[in-house]
Design a protein around this ligand. Structure first.
Ligand SMILES: [Zn+2]
Ligand SMILES: [Zn+2]
Length: 354
């Protein structure tokens, strides 16, 4: 294992910068918030940890990219902030999540409420679920893994047409595996950042995906007519577990983070770190490092302490009671995988309150 440890000065500059106007902007934070952010480079700091590399296939080693500090983000023409009347994050689900319509609705509600806490101050709405056939999506059975896959480009085209006028971005999510082109084995997701849209699959976040027990494999040799979508009826979807929810939350916020113009984080352990494989994305934390948090704060203008409180509420409390009553749903949000993060949030809040 190798640790990427930047020195104090590098991290300080990445966070605060050497540019006068950006320093002035930083000075507007309260002393408590600054104390939290500066945990990024305090030698005895405990809240944020250096990035660890485990193998040559880890993202940073296989994709050398320039580092994006706060100033680079702030001054980038690609930076995108939600503006008045264009400030809603839309989520479009494709196909089902879990074994019933009720499970799908509940799962999406958890994700919506999560995104509302993470991008604190923005509204998240979901569009009525659509099926693969409604999109008219091209599909195939993967030759190696024998599971159903849908073509991501078709979904992006659909999302582009469907994107509401008041959207900051539109994100498609599905439990069905994706592929971008015939020659590719699969893809976790595909996005067009300039157009504020993307589609992501959680299919490979199923713990069984890479094992012999995986139930999404079509065993009988089927000849599939290109417009016969009956093969999707009752098709396997991964069981809803706490780990699946954790992985989904991470992917969703990471990808929406890119829409803001945030690049992969190379400063500290952070949800914006790039990842090449599941083991690596499991390793990265669910929340932002101080440098990425400052970028997000500057785009949305939220109160940092209020955002942490909202995230803690998301862990501790049930879903919106009005929603549950209206849909006659029971939430039972599985929070086991979020325990460590809850402790971390409490620590951050203690920092901000002392
Ligand atoms: Zn990324
Ligand atoms: Zn970061």
């Amino acid at each position: 294992m190798e640790t990427i440890r930047h020195n104090e000065e590098t991290l300080r500059t990445a966070l605060i910068s050497n540019h006068k106007d950006v320093i002035e902007l930083y000075e507007k934070f309260s002393p408590r918030v600054k104390r939290l952010l500066e945990e990024a480079f305090r030698p005895d700091g405990t809240l944020f940890k250096p990035i660890e590399l485990y193998s040559k296939s880890d993202w940073i080693l296989s994709h050398p990219e320039p580092k994006q500090d706060f100033y680079t983000f702030y001054s980038s023409p690609q930076r995108k902030a939600p503006i008045l009347r264009k400030n809603i994050i839309y989520i479009q689900t494709i196909g089902s999540f879990g074994d019933s319509e009720a499970t799908t609705e509940m799962y999406i509600q958890w994700l919506k409420e999560y995104c509302e806490a993470f991008f604190y101050g923005l509204m998240v709405k979901f569009l009525d679920p659509v099926s693969v056939s409604q999109i008219g999506c091209v599909f195939r059975i993967n030759t190696y893994s024998h599971n159903l896959q849908i073509r991501s480009g078709n979904i992006l085209k659909y999302l582009k047409k469907k994107k509401p006028k008041d959207a900051f971005c539109i994100v498609g999510i599905t439990m069905i595996d994706l592929y971008p082109e015939d020659s590719w084995n699969f893809v976790f997701g595909q996005a067009s950042l300039t157009e504020g849209m993307g589609v992501f699959s959680f299919a490979r976040y199923d713990d069984d995906f890479y094992t012999m027990n995986y139930k999404g494999r079509l065993t009988k040799k089927k000849h599939l007519a290109p417009d016969d979508y009956s093969v999707f009826d009752g098709y396997y979807t991964p069981p809803i577990t706490s780990k699946l929810l954790l992985r989904s939350c991470k992917t969703l916020t990471h990808e929406i983070g890119h829409v803001f113009g945030m690049h992969h984080c190379q400063w500290l352990q952070c949800v914006m770190q790039g990842s090449n494989h599941l083991e690596e994305s499991d390793r990265r934390p669910i929340d932002l490092c101080p440098i990425c948090l400052r970028k997000m704060q500057c785009a949305i203008n939220f109160d940092i302490k209020e955002r942490y409180k909202a995230l803690l509420r998301w862990i501790e409390e049930d879903s919106d009671p009005e929603f549950l009553a209206r849909k006659m749903l029971i939430s039972l949000k599985p929070m086991e995988a979020f325990k460590e993060w809850k402790e971390w949030l409490l620590q951050c809040l203690r920092f901000l309150e002392e």
